[in-house]
Design a binder for this molecule. Structure first.
Ligand code: SF4
Length: 360
Protein backbone atom coordinates (compact mmCIF):
# COMPACT_ATOMS: atom_id res chain seq x y z
CA UNK A 1 0.00 0.00 0.00
CA UNK A 2 1.14 3.54 -0.68
CA UNK A 3 1.39 5.51 2.53
CA UNK A 4 0.10 9.06 2.53
CA UNK A 5 2.90 11.57 3.03
CA UNK A 6 5.65 9.17 1.97
CA UNK A 7 7.18 9.21 -1.48
CA UNK A 8 7.10 5.89 -3.28
CA UNK A 9 10.45 4.21 -3.82
CA UNK A 10 9.61 3.62 -7.52
CA UNK A 11 9.13 7.32 -8.11
CA UNK A 12 12.83 8.03 -7.44
CA UNK A 13 15.66 8.46 -9.91
CA UNK A 14 18.94 6.65 -9.20
CA UNK A 15 20.58 9.94 -8.16
CA UNK A 16 17.83 10.46 -5.53
CA UNK A 17 18.34 6.92 -4.23
CA UNK A 18 22.10 7.49 -4.06
CA UNK A 19 21.59 10.65 -2.03
CA UNK A 20 19.37 8.83 0.46
CA UNK A 21 21.73 5.84 0.64
CA UNK A 22 24.55 8.17 1.64
CA UNK A 23 22.35 9.86 4.22
CA UNK A 24 21.75 6.38 5.67
CA UNK A 25 25.57 5.90 5.84
CA UNK A 26 25.42 2.94 3.48
CA UNK A 27 27.93 2.37 0.64
CA UNK A 28 26.91 3.97 -2.66
CA UNK A 29 26.61 0.62 -4.47
CA UNK A 30 23.55 -0.15 -2.34
CA UNK A 31 21.59 2.25 -4.59
CA UNK A 32 22.18 0.09 -7.66
CA UNK A 33 21.47 -3.06 -5.66
CA UNK A 34 18.16 -1.55 -4.63
CA UNK A 35 17.34 -0.50 -8.21
CA UNK A 36 18.10 -4.03 -9.39
CA UNK A 37 15.63 -5.45 -6.86
CA UNK A 38 13.00 -2.97 -7.99
CA UNK A 39 13.29 -3.19 -11.77
CA UNK A 40 15.14 -6.40 -12.69
CA UNK A 41 14.00 -8.78 -9.94
CA UNK A 42 10.65 -7.00 -9.61
CA UNK A 43 10.54 -7.35 -5.82
CA UNK A 44 7.19 -6.70 -4.15
CA UNK A 45 8.53 -5.51 -0.81
CA UNK A 46 11.73 -4.35 0.90
CA UNK A 47 11.69 -7.64 2.86
CA UNK A 48 12.36 -9.60 -0.33
CA UNK A 49 15.67 -7.75 -0.84
CA UNK A 50 17.60 -10.32 1.10
CA UNK A 51 21.12 -9.18 0.24
CA UNK A 52 20.48 -5.72 1.70
CA UNK A 53 21.25 -5.39 5.45
CA UNK A 54 18.16 -5.76 7.62
CA UNK A 55 18.68 -2.35 9.24
CA UNK A 56 18.85 -0.68 5.84
CA UNK A 57 15.60 -2.36 4.75
CA UNK A 58 13.88 -1.23 7.93
CA UNK A 59 15.07 2.32 7.32
CA UNK A 60 13.85 2.22 3.72
CA UNK A 61 10.43 1.01 4.84
CA UNK A 62 10.25 3.85 7.37
CA UNK A 63 11.12 6.48 4.76
CA UNK A 64 9.40 5.28 1.60
CA UNK A 65 6.17 3.66 0.61
CA UNK A 66 6.26 0.61 -1.67
CA UNK A 67 3.07 0.84 -3.68
CA UNK A 68 1.55 -2.15 -5.43
CA UNK A 69 -0.95 -2.18 -8.19
CA UNK A 70 -3.26 -5.12 -8.02
CA UNK A 71 -4.48 -6.91 -11.15
CA UNK A 72 -8.24 -7.32 -10.73
CA UNK A 73 -9.16 -8.54 -14.19
CA UNK A 74 -7.42 -9.86 -17.30
CA UNK A 75 -9.19 -10.31 -20.61
CA UNK A 76 -7.81 -11.98 -23.72
CA UNK A 77 -5.38 -14.83 -24.23
CA UNK A 78 -1.69 -15.34 -24.77
CA UNK A 79 -1.63 -14.77 -28.54
CA UNK A 80 -4.13 -11.96 -28.66
CA UNK A 81 -4.48 -8.54 -27.18
CA UNK A 82 -4.69 -8.84 -23.41
CA UNK A 83 -6.28 -6.22 -21.28
CA UNK A 84 -5.38 -5.67 -17.62
CA UNK A 85 -7.52 -3.84 -15.13
CA UNK A 86 -5.59 -2.60 -12.10
CA UNK A 87 -6.74 -1.37 -8.72
CA UNK A 88 -4.51 1.31 -7.23
CA UNK A 89 -3.86 1.77 -3.52
CA UNK A 90 -6.71 4.34 -3.29
CA UNK A 91 -9.05 1.85 -5.07
CA UNK A 92 -8.99 3.79 -8.37
CA UNK A 93 -9.17 1.61 -11.47
CA UNK A 94 -6.88 1.95 -14.49
CA UNK A 95 -6.16 -0.17 -17.56
CA UNK A 96 -3.20 -1.35 -19.59
CA UNK A 97 -3.35 -3.29 -22.83
CA UNK A 98 -0.69 -5.73 -24.04
CA UNK A 99 -0.70 -5.90 -27.82
CA UNK A 100 1.25 -8.60 -29.66
CA UNK A 101 2.97 -7.83 -32.93
CA UNK A 102 1.68 -4.60 -34.23
CA UNK A 103 3.47 -3.86 -37.48
CA UNK A 104 0.81 -1.39 -38.49
CA UNK A 105 1.53 0.60 -35.37
CA UNK A 106 5.30 0.78 -35.22
CA UNK A 107 6.67 -1.28 -38.07
CA UNK A 108 8.13 -3.68 -35.51
CA UNK A 109 8.93 -7.35 -35.98
CA UNK A 110 6.13 -9.78 -35.47
CA UNK A 111 7.39 -11.20 -32.15
CA UNK A 112 7.20 -7.85 -30.45
CA UNK A 113 5.00 -6.93 -27.54
CA UNK A 114 3.68 -3.44 -27.01
CA UNK A 115 2.09 -2.24 -23.82
CA UNK A 116 -0.38 0.60 -23.95
CA UNK A 117 -0.27 2.24 -20.51
CA UNK A 118 -2.42 4.79 -18.70
CA UNK A 119 -1.20 8.10 -17.29
CA UNK A 120 -4.26 9.44 -15.46
CA UNK A 121 -7.35 8.10 -13.69
CA UNK A 122 -10.07 9.14 -16.12
CA UNK A 123 -9.47 12.02 -18.47
CA UNK A 124 -10.49 15.66 -18.52
CA UNK A 125 -10.33 16.11 -22.28
CA UNK A 126 -13.69 14.62 -23.15
CA UNK A 127 -13.10 13.39 -26.70
CA UNK A 128 -16.57 12.44 -27.83
CA UNK A 129 -15.69 8.95 -29.07
CA UNK A 130 -13.67 7.83 -26.04
CA UNK A 131 -14.71 5.71 -23.05
CA UNK A 132 -11.96 7.14 -20.82
CA UNK A 133 -13.41 10.60 -20.96
CA UNK A 134 -16.98 9.47 -20.26
CA UNK A 135 -16.78 9.80 -16.49
CA UNK A 136 -14.43 12.74 -16.28
CA UNK A 137 -11.09 13.16 -14.60
CA UNK A 138 -10.13 11.88 -11.13
CA UNK A 139 -6.39 12.41 -10.71
CA UNK A 140 -2.92 12.17 -12.21
CA UNK A 141 -0.98 8.95 -11.82
CA UNK A 142 2.22 9.11 -9.80
CA UNK A 143 5.46 8.03 -11.54
CA UNK A 144 5.47 4.70 -9.64
CA UNK A 145 1.90 3.94 -10.73
CA UNK A 146 2.95 4.43 -14.36
CA UNK A 147 6.12 2.32 -14.00
CA UNK A 148 4.22 -0.36 -12.05
CA UNK A 149 1.85 -1.06 -14.96
CA UNK A 150 4.82 -2.21 -17.02
CA UNK A 151 6.36 -4.21 -14.17
CA UNK A 152 3.05 -5.88 -13.30
CA UNK A 153 2.27 -6.89 -16.90
CA UNK A 154 5.80 -8.23 -17.45
CA UNK A 155 5.60 -10.18 -14.18
CA UNK A 156 2.13 -11.56 -14.87
CA UNK A 157 2.83 -12.63 -18.45
CA UNK A 158 6.50 -13.53 -18.14
CA UNK A 159 7.01 -11.74 -21.44
CA UNK A 160 9.55 -9.18 -22.48
CA UNK A 161 7.90 -5.91 -23.38
CA UNK A 162 9.54 -4.22 -26.33
CA UNK A 163 7.50 -1.08 -26.85
CA UNK A 164 5.65 1.19 -24.49
CA UNK A 165 3.00 3.58 -25.74
CA UNK A 166 1.21 6.04 -23.52
CA UNK A 167 -2.14 5.90 -25.26
CA UNK A 168 -4.22 4.37 -22.50
CA UNK A 169 -6.44 6.28 -20.16
CA UNK A 170 -5.54 9.93 -19.73
CA UNK A 171 -3.76 12.68 -21.62
CA UNK A 172 -0.03 12.04 -20.98
CA UNK A 173 1.07 15.60 -21.66
CA UNK A 174 -1.41 16.91 -19.05
CA UNK A 175 0.57 14.92 -16.44
CA UNK A 176 3.86 16.04 -17.93
CA UNK A 177 6.23 15.98 -14.93
CA UNK A 178 5.11 12.60 -13.55
CA UNK A 179 5.11 11.01 -17.00
CA UNK A 180 8.62 12.31 -17.70
CA UNK A 181 9.85 11.02 -14.32
CA UNK A 182 8.36 7.61 -15.10
CA UNK A 183 9.89 7.61 -18.60
CA UNK A 184 13.34 8.35 -17.18
CA UNK A 185 12.99 5.27 -14.93
CA UNK A 186 11.64 3.15 -17.80
CA UNK A 187 14.44 4.28 -20.11
CA UNK A 188 17.39 4.12 -17.67
CA UNK A 189 19.83 1.18 -17.82
CA UNK A 190 19.46 0.93 -14.01
CA UNK A 191 15.65 0.96 -14.42
CA UNK A 192 13.57 -1.02 -16.88
CA UNK A 193 16.00 -0.32 -19.72
CA UNK A 194 13.58 0.31 -22.62
CA UNK A 195 15.18 2.39 -25.39
CA UNK A 196 13.72 5.89 -25.78
CA UNK A 197 12.82 5.15 -29.40
CA UNK A 198 10.62 2.32 -28.15
CA UNK A 199 8.62 4.69 -25.97
CA UNK A 200 5.79 6.68 -27.58
CA UNK A 201 3.81 9.47 -26.03
CA UNK A 202 0.50 10.35 -27.54
CA UNK A 203 -1.37 13.60 -27.20
CA UNK A 204 -4.76 14.86 -28.23
CA UNK A 205 -3.11 18.17 -29.11
CA UNK A 206 -1.71 20.07 -26.11
CA UNK A 207 0.34 22.45 -28.22
CA UNK A 208 2.37 24.15 -25.41
CA UNK A 209 3.38 20.79 -23.93
CA UNK A 210 4.39 19.51 -27.38
CA UNK A 211 6.85 22.41 -27.51
CA UNK A 212 8.02 21.60 -23.98
CA UNK A 213 8.57 17.97 -24.94
CA UNK A 214 10.53 19.12 -27.99
CA UNK A 215 12.98 20.82 -25.61
CA UNK A 216 13.47 17.66 -23.49
CA UNK A 217 16.68 15.76 -24.23
CA UNK A 218 14.98 12.32 -24.32
CA UNK A 219 14.36 11.04 -27.86
CA UNK A 220 10.96 9.49 -27.14
CA UNK A 221 8.52 9.28 -30.02
CA UNK A 222 5.45 11.42 -30.35
CA UNK A 223 2.08 10.48 -31.80
CA UNK A 224 -0.65 13.03 -32.34
CA UNK A 225 -4.23 11.82 -31.94
CA UNK A 226 -5.57 13.88 -34.81
CA UNK A 227 -8.88 12.19 -35.69
CA UNK A 228 -9.96 15.08 -37.89
CA UNK A 229 -8.11 17.16 -40.48
CA UNK A 230 -10.17 20.35 -40.29
CA UNK A 231 -11.16 22.50 -37.31
CA UNK A 232 -14.82 21.81 -38.07
CA UNK A 233 -14.38 18.05 -37.60
CA UNK A 234 -11.96 18.28 -34.66
CA UNK A 235 -14.20 20.79 -32.88
CA UNK A 236 -17.05 18.33 -33.21
CA UNK A 237 -15.27 15.39 -31.58
CA UNK A 238 -12.28 16.82 -29.63
CA UNK A 239 -12.96 19.77 -27.31
CA UNK A 240 -9.18 20.41 -27.00
CA UNK A 241 -9.31 21.81 -30.52
CA UNK A 242 -11.25 24.83 -29.29
CA UNK A 243 -8.31 25.69 -27.08
CA UNK A 244 -5.53 24.82 -29.53
CA UNK A 245 -6.85 24.78 -33.07
CA UNK A 246 -5.24 22.93 -35.95
CA UNK A 247 -3.03 25.82 -36.97
CA UNK A 248 -1.63 26.12 -33.41
CA UNK A 249 -1.23 22.34 -33.17
CA UNK A 250 0.53 22.02 -36.53
CA UNK A 251 2.88 24.90 -35.64
CA UNK A 252 3.82 23.10 -32.38
CA UNK A 253 4.35 19.87 -34.36
CA UNK A 254 6.56 21.77 -36.78
CA UNK A 255 8.67 22.97 -33.86
CA UNK A 256 8.86 19.42 -32.47
CA UNK A 257 10.00 17.95 -35.78
CA UNK A 258 12.67 20.63 -36.24
CA UNK A 259 14.00 20.21 -32.70
CA UNK A 260 13.96 16.41 -32.63
CA UNK A 261 14.60 15.64 -36.28
CA UNK A 262 12.14 12.85 -35.82
CA UNK A 263 9.16 11.62 -37.77
CA UNK A 264 5.79 12.23 -36.13
CA UNK A 265 2.90 9.82 -36.27
CA UNK A 266 -0.71 10.86 -36.69
CA UNK A 267 -3.22 8.51 -35.12
CA UNK A 268 -6.54 8.78 -36.90
CA UNK A 269 -9.57 6.83 -35.69
CA UNK A 270 -11.94 6.35 -38.61
CA UNK A 271 -15.51 7.09 -37.53
CA UNK A 272 -18.33 6.56 -40.02
CA UNK A 273 -19.79 9.79 -41.48
CA UNK A 274 -17.76 11.93 -39.04
CA UNK A 275 -14.19 12.01 -40.35
CA UNK A 276 -14.02 9.39 -43.11
CA UNK A 277 -14.78 11.46 -46.21
CA UNK A 278 -12.38 11.77 -49.17
CA UNK A 279 -12.04 15.49 -48.35
CA UNK A 280 -10.82 14.66 -44.86
CA UNK A 281 -8.35 12.16 -46.33
CA UNK A 282 -6.97 14.76 -48.76
CA UNK A 283 -6.64 17.39 -46.04
CA UNK A 284 -4.97 14.87 -43.72
CA UNK A 285 -2.54 14.07 -46.54
CA UNK A 286 -1.72 17.77 -46.92
CA UNK A 287 -0.95 18.21 -43.19
CA UNK A 288 1.04 14.96 -43.01
CA UNK A 289 3.09 15.96 -46.06
CA UNK A 290 3.87 19.38 -44.61
CA UNK A 291 5.22 17.75 -41.43
CA UNK A 292 6.71 14.63 -43.02
CA UNK A 293 4.46 12.56 -40.74
CA UNK A 294 3.16 9.04 -41.15
CA UNK A 295 -0.46 8.12 -40.53
CA UNK A 296 -1.99 5.19 -38.64
CA UNK A 297 -5.63 4.68 -39.45
CA UNK A 298 -7.61 2.86 -36.77
CA UNK A 299 -11.17 1.69 -37.46
CA UNK A 300 -13.34 2.81 -34.55
CA UNK A 301 -14.04 0.33 -31.73
CA UNK A 302 -17.68 0.67 -30.73
CA UNK A 303 -18.12 1.96 -27.17
CA UNK A 304 -21.28 0.96 -25.33
CA UNK A 305 -23.35 4.09 -24.75
CA UNK A 306 -21.77 6.12 -27.57
CA UNK A 307 -23.41 6.59 -30.97
CA UNK A 308 -20.35 6.21 -33.22
CA UNK A 309 -19.48 3.33 -35.53
CA UNK A 310 -16.70 2.32 -37.90
CA UNK A 311 -16.85 2.90 -41.67
CA UNK A 312 -17.27 -0.07 -44.00
CA UNK A 313 -14.05 -1.91 -45.01
CA UNK A 314 -14.45 -0.41 -48.48
CA UNK A 315 -14.64 3.12 -47.08
CA UNK A 316 -11.59 2.43 -44.89
CA UNK A 317 -9.58 1.21 -47.89
CA UNK A 318 -10.61 4.21 -49.96
CA UNK A 319 -9.42 6.59 -47.23
CA UNK A 320 -6.11 4.74 -47.05
CA UNK A 321 -5.59 4.80 -50.80
CA UNK A 322 -6.16 8.57 -51.01
CA UNK A 323 -3.39 9.07 -48.43
CA UNK A 324 -1.05 6.66 -50.17
CA UNK A 325 -1.74 8.25 -53.54
CA UNK A 326 -0.46 11.53 -52.14
CA UNK A 327 2.75 9.83 -50.99
CA UNK A 328 2.00 9.55 -47.27
CA UNK A 329 3.30 6.47 -45.44
CA UNK A 330 -0.01 5.24 -44.08
CA UNK A 331 -1.27 2.02 -42.55
CA UNK A 332 -4.67 0.69 -41.65
CA UNK A 333 -4.47 -1.06 -38.30
CA UNK A 334 -5.33 -4.70 -38.41
CA UNK A 335 -8.12 -5.73 -36.09
CA UNK A 336 -6.92 -6.17 -32.52
CA UNK A 337 -8.97 -6.56 -29.41
CA UNK A 338 -12.31 -5.48 -30.85
CA UNK A 339 -13.87 -8.52 -29.16
CA UNK A 340 -12.51 -7.66 -25.73
CA UNK A 341 -13.32 -3.97 -25.77
CA UNK A 342 -9.74 -2.86 -26.33
CA UNK A 343 -10.57 0.78 -26.88
CA UNK A 344 -9.14 2.81 -24.07
CA UNK A 345 -11.20 3.06 -20.91
CA UNK A 346 -13.82 0.46 -21.80
CA UNK A 347 -12.88 -2.31 -19.37
CA UNK A 348 -12.58 0.14 -16.50
CA UNK A 349 -15.93 1.66 -17.29
CA UNK A 350 -17.62 -1.70 -17.61
CA UNK A 351 -16.14 -2.97 -14.31
CA UNK A 352 -16.98 0.25 -12.50
CA UNK A 353 -20.59 -0.01 -13.67
CA UNK A 354 -20.79 -3.66 -12.64
CA UNK A 355 -19.42 -2.82 -9.18
CA UNK A 356 -21.87 0.06 -8.84
CA UNK A 357 -24.78 -2.17 -9.87
CA UNK A 358 -23.63 -4.86 -7.42
CA UNK A 359 -23.69 -2.40 -4.52
CA UNK A 360 -27.13 -0.97 -5.31
S1 SF4 B 1 -8.93 10.07 -26.44
FE1 SF4 B 1 -7.30 10.42 -24.92
S2 SF4 B 1 -7.40 12.65 -24.54
FE2 SF4 B 1 -9.36 12.10 -25.52
S3 SF4 B 1 -10.78 11.69 -23.79
FE3 SF4 B 1 -9.83 9.71 -24.40
S4 SF4 B 1 -8.06 9.46 -23.03
FE4 SF4 B 1 -8.67 11.65 -22.98
Amino acid sequence: MATPGKIDIKSLQLSDIETRVQEFHEPLYRARQLAEWLYQKRARSFDEMTDLPKQFRVRLAQEFSFGQIEIVRVLGSRDTTRKFLFRLSDASLIESVLIPASPALYGSRSDRRTICASTQVGCAYGCKFCASGLEGFSRNLQPNEIVDQIIAVARETGEKIDNIVFMGMGEPLANFENVMRAIRIINAPWGIGTGARHITLSTSGLAPQIRKLADEPLQVRLAISLHGSTDAVRNQIMPINRRYNLETLVAACDYYVKQKKQRLTFEYILIATVNDTPDQARELGRIARRLGAKVNLIPYNTVHGLPWSRPSPEQQRQFLSILRASGIPATLRREKGHDIDAACGQLRLQTKRELETATL
